[in-house]
Design a protein around this ligand. Structure first.
Ligand SMILES: Nc1ncnc2c1ncn2[C@@H]1O[C@H](COP(=O)(O)OP(=O)(O)OP(=O)(O)O)[C@@H](O)[C@H]1O
Length: 292
């Protein structure tokens, strides 16, 4: 694992067993996220996004494969390690605004909670609460309870709670799922701000195409595997106008396996055997003409 790589999943598998029924929620997922990145994860309902996030957040345990976040091996953590990991390395924001907060606690009190659990000294806790309220633009909500705040304010307080113990990575599972478009943009903007301001790595699961269009990298999951990635960069043309270029990439695992998209396979009738040819700067894949 290189210094840059904060999260590495290789051939990650999660099987849920309910009675005699087995569900393969993750079927060999590969993912690398570098330190300081902000990545959106998209995919159809049931594709395994939440399962992946709960494994990475240390809430759920994988069945097989590899999953590492910094020095932590998520398949070989003791119970005590898991508590430490969840308290100090990761922060988590859920979709349901209400489930991130506590109805009878004010924003100030709820942001303080994780620091009390981590036994931080009172002065440090007070300073951190003030700093986070300010960073997320919710200083005026310091003494309000969730019922006295809008959905967007509640989610910004939830982000502050998740950041209280200075985690290195922030996971957010559909954090804007219950919000209207304008409020979603506001909450997403807050995630981008904290990514830049604190350098915290952010992985956000979303259905919202607008949201995924605002990050440099979007990872698509299909059937419990990473199927493709879209990288966006800003380019400037000869007239000095800037525009965003989005390029889609297939994901190659560490063994060199790449999935050829179904449309490509069907268009050229690629079946079980293909011919590969190495060129100076690309690899060609040809149909097996002899086989037919
Ligand atoms: N605790 C569980 N027990 C059994 N099956 C589960 C459990 N959690 C998830 N699954 C199944 O695993 C698969 C992946 O679910 P997951 O929630 O990760 O998908 P998702 O991409 O997050 O979907 P959504 O966008 O609807 O939240 C689904 O088929 C789901 O039914």
């Amino acid at each position: 694992m290189s210094e840059e790589e904060l999260i590495v999943c290789e051939s990650l598998v999660r099987i849920y067993q309910t009675g005699s029924i087995e569900v393969q929620a993750l079927q060999g997922l590969d993912l690398v996220v570098n330190r300081g990145e902000m990545v959106a994860v998209v995919g159809a309902s049931g594709s395994g996004k939440s399962t992946m996030l709960s494994i990475l957040a240390g809430i759920d345990a994988p069945t097989a494969g590899k999953a590492r976040v910094e020095q932590w091996d998520l398949l070989a953590m003791s119970r005590a390690d898991r508590v430490r990991y969840r308290r100090h390395t990761v922060g988590f924001v859920r979709q349901q605004t209400a489930s991130n907060l506590v109805p009878y606690l004010t924003s100030r009190q709820v942001i303080d909670l994780p620091m009390v659990a981590a036994r931080k000294p009172p002065k440090e806790r007070r300073d951190r609460v003030d700093e986070l309220l300010e960073a997320l633009g919710v200083t005026d909500c310091a003494d309000r309870k969730p019922g006295q705040m809008s959905g967007g304010q509640q989610q910004r307080v939830a982000i502050a709670v998740a950041l209280a113990n200075r985690p290195h990575v922030l996971f957010a599972d559909e954090p804007t799922g219950e919000l209207d478009t304008a409020t979603s943009a506001e909450v997403f903007g807050a995630l981008r701000d904290v990514n830049q301001r604190y350098g915290v790595t952010v992985v956000v699961v979303t259905h919202d195409p607008e949201v995924s269009g605002q990050v440099e990298r979007t990872v698509a999951i299909r059937d419990g595997r990473t199927s493709s990635e879209v990288l966006r960069r800003t380019a400037t043309n000869a007239d000095g106008d800037t525009h965003v270029i989005a390029e889609e990439y297939a994901v190659m695992d560490r063994a060199g396996r790449v999935q050829v998209p179904r449309e490509y396979r069907e268009a050229l009738e690629l079946t079980n055997r293909v011919r590969l040819a190495l060129e100076a700067d690309h690899v060609q894949i040809h149909p097996d003409r002899n086989g037919r």
